[in-house]
Design a protein around this ligand. Sequence first.
Ligand code: PMT
Length: 231
Amino acid sequence: TKAPEAAGLAVTITAGPTREPLDPVRYLSNHSSGKMGYALAEAAAELGARVTLISGPVSLPCPAGVERLEVETAVEMHEAAQRLAPESDLFIGCAAVADYRAESAAEHKIKKVEGEEELVLRLVKNPDIIAAVAALPAEHRPLVVGFAAETRDLATYARDKLARKGLDMIVANDVSREGLGFGSDHNAALLLWRSGDGGVDQESLDPQPKREMAGAVIRRALACLARPPSR
Ligand code: PMT
């Protein structure tokens, strides 16, 4: 099939982990390398889209023709997403956002306390970045594609996230599979998207290089965008 053209479309993609400071030298984070999100940015740019990457701290070069906004925390990523999403046609949330951050980061390095065997960290919930984009008023709302990192019951949890976060499409990857998901160059996924008639359609993507999978995800999103707005 011929790839639909993305020329002129504004695409915003979040990628990588977020980093939530505990004190000046420590943070909470996760193993996201940014590879999947950067592959999506590359694929969309190649199809002619104007792509902005909102990237957490990763060690990847910015893909050619892509604009990159570097952020550290979930709150910073949320602010950038809120600014860019209303101007976007397509928003993809591929970042592994920390669900919680320290209630307050210590101003100075946290010291060990003599005789204390436990340290209690109080965490508070971070904003749900993609749910906030999906909740934008219709005239400012892009098509919204989320990811779901699951370790079991992929289809069930992904359907639940699609509905709960108000997304148009979700890319569910099983992050417990050896050699796929976090950090690897390969991935596999179940794509779920809202069909025109109120139902949910799906397509399974076999293990393949992230760059190839990115192309398939972007093409599916473009097909959803091209549909008359019954969503
Ligand atoms: O970066 P790589 O090493 O290439 O690995 C890729 C990946 C495994 C990180 C990627 O494919 C992936 O699954 N990204 C989503 C990871 C994740 O946080 O999933 P989740 O099921 O916890 O979140 C669901 C969706 O909500 C995601 O679109 C996430 O970006 C979004 N979210 C989550 C929490 C939050 N506070 N705000 C959000 O927007």
